[in-house]
Design a protein around this ligand. Structure first.
Ligand code: NCD
Length: 306
């Protein structure tokens, strides 16, 4: 098995890397019961650089670092950084790396720039979202949640619904499911927001189909992975307004079906998933968010070679 250094794409992680992270995450989850800190990274520094908004990914990395015993340093908001003065992305990364963190966790808006950062930096870089391109650590969180909730990572049918064109969790989750045999994805979206050809062309084992209606596939899927329409990625705001209400998953809607899938969502939600679903037994998205901490602990452990 190759040691994990930079994590830029879900494709970079081979199946054995993923299996290792899933089992380590499970151990961390158990070890943290009743404990605040595991003290296995006390002399390490994890640097989070988030140049695009984030709540869960940023905080779960910071909590993961803290639970491991490492120090979590944050770059802070772009508004108070020298990016405002015109400092380039490359110089920003060079500077951050120069302070010698053990790992840089980077989110920014330009597809491909996570790879550029990894090429510049001495410290390993974890891509925490590069524009609409990829979000590999969300895919690890998703597969961990799927494994905990269903007991398996293969032989599943997953409906991925919403903004599949701009959603970076969609591409990374597809690559993740592709590593394990016998999975099928049904991409559910209006034609304008369907999955990018560039993504499906990188799949090898995963069977997939496209659907424009969620009703028709509800009883065929084990999991419904709901995603937000990515308002910030639309060049034409009227196009966003036209498409934003395309699908809404509510309690009322779900109760129409005898066999109901588990409901997952990377969050944040806007209006595609109503609050009245939260108390249904199928709703797994808050567990999913919490699982992000254990998975990122396992990933940081591997990347920092602890
Ligand atoms: C996702 C993201 O940033 O891509 N959020 C997350 O990291 N959990 C999903 C989204 O913003 O819609």
């Amino acid at each position: 098995m190759e040691r994990i250094k930079d994590v830029i794409s879900a494709i970079d992680l081979d199946r054995s890397n993923v299996e290792l992270i899933l089992s380590e995450a499970e151990i961390f989850q158990k070890q943290l019961e009743g404990k605040r800190c595991l003290h296995i990274a006390d002399d390490r520094i994890v640097m989070t650089v988030f140049l695009e908004p984030s709540t869960r990914t940023r905080l779960s990395f910071q909590f993961a670092a803290t639970y491991l015993g490492a120090r979590a340093m944050d770059f802070g908001a772009t508004e108070i950084s020298s990016i405002q003065k015109g400092e380039t992305f490359e110089d920003t990364i060079r500077m951050v790396d120069g302070y010698d963190p053990d790992v840089i966790v980077l989110r920014q808006g330009v597809p491909g720039n996570a790879k550029i950062a990894a090429d510049i930096s001495r410290a390993p870089v974890i891509n925490a979202g590069d524009g609409a391109n990829e979000h590999p650590t969300q895919a690890l969180t998703d597969i961990y949640t799927i494994k905990r909730e269903t007991g398996k990572v293969s032989g599943l049918t997953v409906g991925i619904m919403g903004d599949l064109k701009h959603g970076r969790t969609v591409s990374s989750l597809s690559y993740m499911l592709d590593k394990f045999g016998g999975n099928t994805v049904i991409y559910i979206a209006p034609e304008e927001l369907q999955v990018r050809q560039e993504v499906v062309s990188k799949l090898s084992k995963l069977r997939y189909e496209k659907a424009d209606s969620v009703e028709g596939v509800m009883e065929d899927i084990d999991i419904l992975y709901v995603t937000r329409i990515q308002k910030e990625r639309f060049s034409d705001p009227t196009e966003y307004e036209r498409l934003k209400g395309s699908y809404v998953i509510s309690r009322n809607f779900l109760e129409k079906f005898k066999k109901r899938p588990l409901i997952m969502h990377p969050l944040p939600r806007v209006d595609e998933l109503t609050n009245d679903v939260d108390s249904m037994k199928e709703a797994k998205y808050f567990e999913q968010a919490r699982n992000g901490v254990y998975v990122r602990m396992a990933l940081l452990k591997e990347v920092m070679d602890l």
